[in-house]
Design a protein around this ligand. Structure first.
Ligand SMILES: C[S@@+](CC[C@H](N)C(=O)[O-])C[C@H]1O[C@@H](n2cnc3c(N)ncnc32)[C@H](O)[C@@H]1O
Length: 426
């Protein structure tokens, strides 16, 4: 790198590589840095996770006990079933439109979509004649094959040409059409309910450090002492991102900004404002308070983010206050509420009672109880994960008072938004 970079503060220690490097990704990154200089953390994260040839998501199946991490939809089917009930409730709150597009961003193994569709099948009478379709935004061809297997069996087909917006399509056993896209932009417009579970935390973040000279972007560079090792450095002068992405009244000394997440949430908000619908975003995160949350996971253990790039998941907490700022001119935002609050408001306790009543096998009962605990216990996933929602403004609008009309004749108050409001279940 020809530009003189200042070594970052000691919070970014240069660690010894503790295992065999992933040669192709590391080689790719070091040759890029050698030719064009240090890369932003966002560029590093994008390359490591989604590089079309060697990216972590593109070539791995990382979910589950044998992988690097486990997510709520993989822990218990109750999770996806309650999300399914939320979707139906929002579709009803919107006046039961004839078409319902269910759009999932980053569907992993397809378990959440599969549990949601099972609820749709069980509550077919509620959906009436509505035409339902499933749209999956997935960057990883390997994961899309796994999702297709789970959702459509062997019925899915890849597109003939590589640049087709729908790169795979199929049909569920119940005859619902399923389509796969690389980008949200390619999903057709129309009334849609969007779901993003542990999707935003996988999008690239920029990192900024407050210095005596103002905000500076944190970059990734080659360690001059060790050719096969990377280290964090701080850019000596402002970058376009450090000049535009940090809020003028920011009081923290280090911030992470997920610009790509901001663009996607704006797209969601505009679609909901124009075509109707809602979005449910569930992830770990904070409300604009945390600082350094960038971390790696490998084999269910924390992993140094700069070590063996491509062999471990990289992630950062979602800043819900940023998502709200990006969306609120177009839509109403609710939350974030904790996963425990959301699932309890959705009736997880009643659902558990029914499942336990119908289950006599001691080991299945034990597993049901332990997955309930994992999802809702405040010290496990219950308070670490949060639910956040984007809604069409009309969804929360109070009915207008019309002079001369009795209360009964005014338009009815909107249904409460499930999950974010405590509902009574009989
Ligand atoms: C952490 S996994 C979560 C999977 C699943 N939602 C779950 O909770 O089990 C992230 C998912 O988002 C996908 N993904 C990551 N970055 C993406 C991007 N830029 N565009 C589309 N999909 C992406 C990954 O391939 C994977 O399916």
């Amino acid at each position: 790198a020809s530009v003189p970079f200042v070594i970052a503060a000691s919070r970014y220690p240069v660690r010894e590589l503790n295992e065999k490097p992933q040669p192709s990704m590391l080689r790719h990154l070091t040759s890029k840095i050698k030719s064009t200089g240090p890369v932003t953390v966002a560029e590093y994260m994008r390359e490591v996770l989604t590089n079309p040839v060697t990216g972590y998501y593109v070539k791995n199946n990382m979910l589950g006990p044998e992988g690097d991490f486990i997510t709520s939809p993989e822990i218990s089917q109750i999770f996806g079933e309650l999300v399914g009930v939320w979707i139906l409730s929002e579709w009803m709150g919107a006046g039961q439109p004839k078409q319902l597009q269910l759009v999932e961003l980053g569907p992993g193994k397809g378990s959440l979509a599969s549990d949601v569709l099972r609820v749709f099948g069980q509550l077919r009478s509620v959906l009436g004649g509505a035409s339902v379709s499933l749209h999956l935004v997935e960057v990883s061809p390997a994961l899309s094959r796994l999702q297709a297997q789970n959702l459509t069996g062997d019925s899915s087909q890849e597109a003939d040409a590589e640049d087709e917006p729908v790169y795979r399509s199929g049909e569920t056993a119940a005859g619902l059409p399923v389509s796969w896209y690389r980008r949200l932009d390619d999903v057709p417009t129309g009334f849609s309910i969007f779901v993003a579970h542990e999707f935003f935390d996988a999008l690239p973040i920029h990192k900024f450090q407050r210095t005596e000279k103002g905000w500076r972007e944190v970059m990734v560079d080659i360690d001059p002492d060790k050719e096969d090792q990377l280290r964090f450095v701080v850019a000596p002068s402002p970058t376009l991102s450090s000049s535009t992405l940090v809020q003028a009244d920011e009081s923290r000394s280090h911030v992470e900004v997920c610009a790509e997440g901001g663009v996607i949430v704006q797209q969601l908000a505009r679609r909901i404002a124009e075509d109707g619908g809602a979005a449910l975003i569930a992830d770990y995160g904070h409300d604009g308070t945390k600082t350094d949350t960038f971390r790696g996971f490998k084999g269910h253990q924390l992993h140094d983010v700069l070590s063996s790039p491509g062999s471990a998941d990289l992630t950062a907490d979602v800043d819900f206050s940023f998502l709200r700022r990006m969306a609120e001119s177009d839509v109403a935002c609710l939350g974030p509420v904790t996963q425990r609050t959301f699932l309890k408001n959705m009736g997880i306790d009643s659902r558990m009672q029914v499942l336990l009543r119908n289950c006599s096998d001691p080991s299945t009962r034990k597993q049901l109880i332990s997955s309930y605990d994992m999802l809702t216990n405040p010290s496990k996933m219950g308070e670490r994960f949060h639910f956040f929602s984007l809604l069409h403004h009309s969804r929360l609008a109070k009915p207008k008072k019309v002079e001369g009309l009795t209360l009964e004749k005014r338009s009815p108050a909107p249904l409460p938004v499930a999950g974010f409001t405590k509902l009574k279940f009989s």
